[in-house]
Design a protein around this ligand. Structure first.
Ligand code: IDP
Length: 141
């Protein structure tokens, strides 16, 4: 399997619950390396641009409001099959449907406040990583 990079976000609900470390530790235990990371307070423009593909969806306004409600921690994860591996660790979008032991089953309370984001394809990963990080901010290991 190829070594990939994917974008992960610890969302404001999880930052507020003080579980940043527990979530990042799951990535490391699963063999993913954190090659870039920063904490940010998103504004409407930055959060709206990130979720531009959902602009016409009824939940878009609530999504932007939630993503700007407190700081987030964005990271680039690297490893074999990193994109799918991170999606497996995250669990389903709706925590009620997320498999036991996944991040969303353990830390998320609702479909809007669902603890983490992870790129869903190679194309999204490329766009999303570039949206938050310059090439110099990513430390190859
Ligand atoms: P994902 O985060 O699992 O990739 P997406 O379908 O890309 O899920 O949706 C992006 C985010 O939008 C979700 O993580 C969730 O926070 C929010 N979202 C998706 N569907 C709904 C919905 O039906 N109601 C409210 N929020 C939603």
């Amino acid at each position: 399997m190829a070594v990939e990079r994917t974008l992960s976000i610890v969302k404001p609900d999880a930052v507020g619950k003080n579980v940043i470390g527990e979530i990042l530790s799951r990535f490391e235990k699963a063999g993913l390396q954190i090659v870039a990371a920063k904490m940010l307070q998103l504004d409407d423009e930055k959060a709206g641009g990130f979720y531009a593909e959902h602009k016409e969806r009824p939940f878009f306004k609530d999504l932007v409001e939630f993503m700007t409600s407190g700081p987030v921690v964005v990271q680039v994860l690297e490893g074999e099959g990193a994109i799918a591996k991170n999606r497996d660790l995250m669990g389903a979008t709706n925590p009620q449907e997320a498999e036991a032991g996944t991040i969303r089953a353990d830390f998320a309370q609702s479909i809007d406040a669902n603890a983490v984001h992870g790129s869903d394809s190679a194309a999204s990963a490329e766009r999303e990583i570039a949206y938050f990080f310059s090439a110099e901010e990513i430390c190859a290991r």
